[in-house]
Design a binder for this molecule. Structure first.
Ligand code: ZN
Length: 115
């Protein structure tokens, strides 16, 4: 993380704690060159998931579509709505995890090829 005062890239974390009810991490950093301190926040990027459909159109990720897909797939099976919710959670978590890892560049969001 670059120092906002002198532009040095080598900075170290001096303190790290949960903020925003656990939804973000606040880090105090210190520049190894000029010695100044600054704060950074780490948050998940939930809004960056884009779905690319078969016809190449794009739309924002929608959890309800996963649920309706599961409902269709499980129509004749003894699956409860609660179990469907758990499945949707797993799918969503897997996507979010990958999105988090791959969306380093804001101009190049993680893209999901949807069924
Ligand atoms: Zn500095």
């Amino acid at each position: 993380m670059m120092c906002p005062y002198c532009g040095n890239i080598e900075t170290s974390v001096t303190d790290s704690r949960l903020a925003d009810d656990g939804r973000s991490i606040r880090r105090r950093r210190e520049c190894s060159k000029c010695g100044k301190r600054f704060t950074t926040y780490e948050r998940t990027e939930l809004e960056r998931i884009t779905v690319i459909k078969k016809d190449n159109t794009r739309e924002p990720f929608d959890r309800n579509k996963i649920i309706s897909g599961i409902m269709k797939a499980c129509e004749k099976m003894p699956v409860t709505r609660e179990q469907m919710d758990i499945m949707a959670d797993r799918v969503e978590r897997a996507i979010r995890f990958k999105g988090w890892v791959l969306s380093g560049n804001p101009d190049n969001p993680f893209l999901l090829i949807c069924l």
